[in-house]
Design a protein around this ligand. Structure first.
Ligand code: SF4
Length: 73
């Protein structure tokens, strides 16, 4: 299983992750991405159904702002 969060200090609000993984990432009022499943704390297991989207979004992030790891953050 996987856990994810966004480092907002690296996010440039490009809009890619929410397009690729709309069940995981959304944007705050500044357009910066966050994990909607756990309010970007990185402690919620990503449902298996969303894992392909998760990997796609992480790999597409231009600034490597998305962290994915196998244990809670
Ligand atoms: Fe931010 Fe990366 Fe998502 Fe683009 S793909 S909105 S830079 S976290």
């Amino acid at each position: 299983c996987f856990y994810t969060k966004v480092d907002k200090s690296l996010c440039i609000a490009c809009g890619s992750c929410g397009a690729l993984a709309p069940d995981i990432y959304d944007y705050d009022e500044e357009g910066l991405a966050y994990n909607v499943l756990d309010d970007n704390t990185g402690v919620a297991q990503i449902p298996a159904l969303f894992e392909d989207d998760l990997i796609d979004a992480k790999e597409a992030c231009p600034t490597e702002a998305i962290t994915v790891q196998k244990t809670p953050h």
